[in-house]
Design a protein around this ligand. Structure first.
Ligand code: ZN
Ligand code: ZN
Length: 347
């Protein structure tokens, strides 16, 4: 039986443009009930602070981009390379290859990211789509979505105090892109993160941290099903996290509107069973089963075809298919995105 762990894999410290160091992040993660975090400073792999702090597994990755390019597009999240990778930033394909050569994982951060016009900030999406060999996409980036929902400066201050009213779910463009890749036969893991910086903003006369780490770690997280439970050994436990990430054994959960712990998606044929990220051969029909921890609007999406079944206000659904393809689950609560699973691949 796999074990569920919950974590967040995109955040910054003062080594780049964040405000809190690793110990503060670990304390916030413990407070939010996370099992692990991965700190990803811009263009610096911070050697040293990897390990258990406050009972939370703290991993150190890196968010790499080419700072000499304007706008500063193409952010790549790197995990498990255990070395500085920013020297390869000028050539995204060389960067991805170098990460793989070191046994690391490469995830495209905020594939779509939009300009914040009233702040004169350009969007920083991924633009070089001719690359190959990356492991996954950040299908939901909390801070990237938040800024996109702000229509003007006045409402920005209003929403900053009520961010839950701004957050709706992953960008449709990102989900469409993911489905295109899956439908073309690629195996691409989707994950979701805070992109936390804990930056203080000037709100009129007050300086205030509007997105503290502990708040963001209760929002968009990545849930993983690991094969062997954490033992406290950092090498063992990080390998469990990276294996689950590489193979897509997990989902993105917006835990603020209801914990997504306990979500399940399985497929059964006459002789085989597959879970998230798994594959199953058709022997006649394949029976799918979805279970959610709370009632929700649940739909199964077949990559390239869109939603093929939907139920409302239910804690699960079953359906049968005879077609090959990648099947993934989306669940919504109160009109907001809640669960976005990785696919099961029917061969
Ligand atoms: Zn970024
Ligand atoms: Zn970032």
């Amino acid at each position: 039986m796999p074990h569920e762990v919950v974590g967040n894999l995109h955040m910054h410290t003062p080594y780049s443009d964040g405000e809190g160091y690793h110990a503060e992040i670990a304390a916030a993660a413990a407070d939010a009930g996370l099992d692990f975090v991965a700190v990803t400073d811009h263009n610096v792999w911070v050697r040293g602070p990897q390990g258990y702090q406050q009972g939370v597994l703290v991993l150190v990755g890196e968010e790499v981009h080419n700072p000499r390019r304007w706008p500063q597009v193409n952010h790549l999240l790197v995990y498990g390379a255990e070395a500085e990778m920013s020297q390869c930033a000028a050539d995204p394909q060389r960067l991805i290859d170098a990460v793989r050569e070191r046994g690391g994982l490469a995830f495209i951060a905020h594939p779509y990211d939009y300009a914040l016009k009233f702040m004169h900030e350009p969007g920083i999406p991924w633009v070089d789509w001719d690359v190959a060999g990356y492991h996954g996409l950040e299908i939901w980036n909390y801070m990237s979505e938040f800024k996109t929902r702000l229509p003007n400066k006045l409402l920005a201050a209003w929403y900053a105090r009520r961010p839950h009213l701004a957050i709706r779910g992953p960008f449709k463009a990102t989900l469409n892109l993911w489905d295109q890749l899956l439908a073309a036969g690629e195996r691409v893991t989707g994950f979701g993160n805070a992109d936390a910086h804990a930056t203080p903003f000037l709100m009129g006369p007050f300086k205030q941290v509007i997105f503290p780490y502990a708040y963001l770690f209760r929002c968009v997280n990545t849930h993983l099903l690991i094969e062997e439970m954490f033992t406290g050994n950092v090498a063992h436990d990080s390998a469990q996290v990276y294996q689950a990430l590489a193979t897509g054994r997990g989902w993105v959960g917006y835990d603020l509107i209801g914990s997504t712990r306990g979500f399940r998606f399985t497929a059964r044929s006459a002789s085989e069973v597959a879970g998230l990220g798994g594959e199953i051969r058709r022997v006649g029909a394949v029976n799918f089963e979805v279970e959610t921890p709370l009632p929700a609007t649940i739909q199964v999406v077949k990559a390239g075809r869109g939603p093929i079944v939907q139920v409302k206000n239910k804690r699960g659904l079953r359906f049968t298919s005879v077609e090959a393809g990648a099947y993934r689950v989306e669940a919504y609560r109160h009109g907001r995105g809640w669960i976005f699973s990785n696919p099961i691949y029917v061969l």
